[in-house]
Design a protein around this ligand. Structure first.
Ligand code: AMP
Ligand code: ZN
Length: 102
């Protein structure tokens, strides 16, 4: 999607360091971290939010990625967050899972 910040990061229109990448998703450090480690796991396909997901494989792939990212980053204790909808604080309308670890 042309005006989506995460699609722009994926397409290298906005510079960002990928901490992880596979066929279905990628991960970056949050620009405004709310924990010592704050990583965003983002599907490569533009899906607005969890409410729009109709392929559960996408969710499985994201959770597989989370396990690999945590192993790579040495994260053992962590929280996951998926803000869904403006009322829940979703700022970027491209599905993503926050990994938060202190
Ligand atoms: P949410 O409120 O769940 O939509 O979360 C969006 C997150 O994206 C926020 O935690 C922002 O700090 C983060 N964010 C926005 N722009 C960027 C960026 N260019 N690089 C990394 N993280 C970003
Ligand atoms: Zn997008």
């Amino acid at each position: 999607m042309s005006d989506c910040i995460f699609c722009k990061i994926l397409n290298k229109e906005i510079p960002s360091k990928f901490v992880y990448e596979d066929e279905t998703c990628f991960a970056i450090n949050d620009i405004n971290p709310k924990a010592k480690k704050h990583i965003l796991v983002i599907p490569k396909v533009h899906v607005k939010s969890l409410n729009e997901v109709d392929d559960n494989m996408l969710i499985k792939n994201m959770f597989d990625a989370i396990k690999k990212i945590n192993a790579k980053e040495g994260i053992k204790d962590f929280r996951l967050q998926i803000n869904t909808g403006k009322g829940a604080g979703q700022e970027v309308d491209h599905l993503h899972i926050h990994i938060l670890a202190n």
